[in-house]
Write a protein that binds this ligand. Structure first.
Ligand code: CP3
Length: 354
């Protein structure tokens, strides 16, 4: 029994799911669809489950993680679940003093500015996040043939929160370290990459079927700087997670000029925000990659006829890619109407049926 619990679920139904097939660039019965932030404040059942529980506290309670992750899967016919947690969870787990403030985002008590500050970031051990292992195992049992996507923050995005001390528009302090303290930058990026690799391994070992690296804010970096200061690290993350044998997705916002480099970093699937049409993205990313995206999340507030036309356009452009997973270009806004997402999910399935 104990042995069983250590073996990730690997049924034929799961392996043959539309989501995993699209990641592997195999023919699919329909275009798979899931939504970044599908679990969250847009769902009344989420708000209810979270009542009186702080975000980081919720991320440490396996039964709550399972419930919240399952909520959108019950409500929508999405093709994958995304593990409910946050990119800051592994940092909190190794002792970084931080909070996630509602309406603000992650806030760090003692931002990293000097070489000795970076030394506080010790490696992550599986024993630091037992609630993640327990929740992933529970979810894999409940989800059956629906794949679970694990995730981690990307090193630039994590470095930005740690250096700025909170959310930042222009990432000026972050870039000041990148340009002015290259040794500190490299040390910080190495440590964060190690934590990311360990966090992804924990989730896959417990049964996650795919992982996504959310380097959400890396679009702030020019291609030349990405190549010199970020790519060596993202490349190592993908090299060291290859043997896990699960598809790896690489996503950022405003990354139109970085898509080629992000492809070079080594993921199996490149996430595209709403600014670059998917057929254009195909030409920017090297062959051998599937694409994920990319309906503008703001369209969720448009009349249905407009949503339908634009979703069909995303599907048509997505057909030029070797594999396509339908998603929004970024997360579901908290004020989105869940009925719109339900309708959109059904439309994607109907309109893409082969
Ligand atoms: O459904 C899912 O996508 C899974 C869960 C998930 C959350 N955060 C839950 C969450 C995932 C994958 C993340 C990743 C994350 N966290 C990213 C990368 C994705 C992205 O959006 O670009 C980033 C940048 C963070 C940092 C962070 N955490 C922000 C900016 C916020 C929002 C702050 C706010 O209140 O507006 C959070 C908090 C957070 N993470 C919430 C959720 C559902 C909201 C917390 C709440 O409900 O109070």
């Amino acid at each position: 029994m104990a042995d069983d619990a250590d073996v990730p679920q690997d049924s034929a139904g799961l392996r043959e799911s539309a989501f995993l097939k699209a990641c592997r660039r195999e023919p699919v019965p329909h275009t798979p669809v899931w939504f970044m932030r599908q679990a969250g404040r847009s769902l009344p059942e989420y708000l209810k489950a979270r009542e009186g529980v702080a975000m980081l506290e919720a991320c440490a309670r396996p039964e709550l993680i399972v419930e919240i992750t399952m909520q959108p899967v019950r409500r929508y016919a999405v093709d994958a679940a995304i593990f409910f947690s946050d990119i800051m969870v592994p940092l909190r787990a190794i002792g970084v003093d931080l909070d996630i403030k509602p309406g603000v985002g992650p806030v760090i008590a003692d931002p990293i500015r000097n070489p000795s500050d970076a030394a506080r970031l010790r490696p992550l051990e599986p024993g630091d996040v037992p609630y993640v292992t327990e929740a992933v195992r529970g979810l894999v049992g409940e989800l059956g043939d629906t794949p679970l996507i694990g995730f981690s923050g990307g090193p630039f995005t994590l470095a930005s929160y740690l250096i700025e001390g909170g959310p930042s528009k222009n990432h000026e302090l972050t870039k000041a370290v990148m340009y002015g303290q290259p040794e500190l930058w490299a040390d910080l990026m190495r440590r964060l990459s190690d934590i990311t690799i360990a966090f992804l391994k924990v989730q896959v070992a417990a049964g996650a079927s795919a992982v996504q690296l959310f380097d959400s804010w890396v679009g702030a970096v020019a291609p030349e700087d990405y190549r010199a200061s970020v790519l060596p690290h993202t490349r190592r993350i993908f090299a060291e997670t290859e043997a896990l044998g699960v598809p790896r997705i690489h996503f950022g916002v405003g990354t139109g000029e970085l898509l080629g480099l992000m492809g070079e970093a080594g993921a199996d699937v490149v996430g595209v925000d709403w600014r670059v049409p998917l057929d254009e993205a195909v030409g920017r990313v090297e062959p051998g990659k599937a694409l994920q995206g990319n309906l503008d999340p703001a369209l969720l507030f448009a009349p249905w006829e407009v949503v339908e036309r634009r979703a069909r356009d995303v599907l048509a452009r997505g057909r030029t890619a070797e594999g396509h997973i339908f998603n929004l270009g970024h997360g579901v806004p908290p004020t989105a109407n869940p009925d719109m997402l339900a309708r959109l999910t059904d439309l994607v399935h109907e309109a893409s049926e082969r």
